[in-house]
Design a protein around this ligand. Structure first.
Ligand code: ZN
Length: 234
């Protein structure tokens, strides 16, 4: 089974500083986002899933978060028995996304604490994690799990290194456990983060790692498409 673990906002500099060898696997690096005007979550995941830069298409929409690729546009259509869980631009739980945006607003309006915010995010994380590991037990050729907590929690706490280390270790555990089931394992983030005081903003590169040498030099998010579908026809 091939496995893709998408981790939103996973920052290269924290992964290396915390020495998370599960996350860095055999080969790892930063992704090149220079083709994009800005490191936007929806744009980069949609581009990754389709192997095509989707920035213009998405930015022309009134509501970017309503954007959805058809399965036929993604690598999933090339791979029988493949599934993606909760990926932005494809099948993300939009109700949860809206809840998270509202909760961030409530935090800044001093209606909820950061702990309440974090707990809401982690409850969703737990649900997705369970679904992901369930799929790893099934007869799948490819499973992609998407985990948003490092980004969503990072936006309010990226500058708080001790807290972020706990979140990164959780992601490390997921990768280590999944690696036992994986023939090929890709860990990919859309962008990283940089601290703005205690808060966090998107950095201008992403992160990738693989459990084999892919022969990729400074890859863009769209460069993984061919690798994922292997010798299957484009
Ligand atoms: Zn993101």
């Amino acid at each position: 089974m091939d496995i893709i673990i998408g981790i939103d906002g996973l920052e290269y500099n924290y992964v290396t500083e915390f020495q998370l060898k599960g996350l860095t696997q055999k080969v790892y690096g930063k992704t090149d986002l220079s083709e994009f005007e800005k490191p936007r979550t929806m744009v980069i995941w949609s581009s990754f899933m389709s192997g095509i830069n989707q920035e213009k298409r998405i930015m022309s929409l009134k509501n970017m978060w309503g954007f959805k690729l058809n399965k036929e546009e993604t690598f999933l259509s090339k791979i029988p028995k493949s599934i993606a869980i909760d990926v932005p631009g494809y099948n993300q739980d939009l109700e949860q996304h809206e809840k998270e945006r509202q909760a961030m607003k409530d935090f800044f309006d001093k209606k909820i604490t950061v702990e309440e915010y974090d707990n809401m995010v982690l409850a969703h994380h737990k649900k997705i994690k369970e679904k992901f590991f369930e799929e790893l037990e099934k007869d799948n050729e490819l499973v992609m799990g998407y985990f948003g907590a490092a980004d969503v929690i990072g936006h309010l706490s990226f500058g708080m290194k001790i807290k972020m280390k706990v979140i990164y270790k959780e992601m490390e555990e997921i990768v280590r456990k999944a690696s036992e089931k994986a023939d090929r394992l890709l860990v990919i983030s859309d962008h990283g983060m940089e601290a703005v005081g205690r808060y966090g903003d998107h950095s201008t590169y992403g992160f990738w790692s693989l459990n084999f040498e892919p022969g990729l030099d400074n890859p863009k998010p769209t460069d993984f498409y061919k690798l994922i579908i292997k010798d299957r026809e484009i």
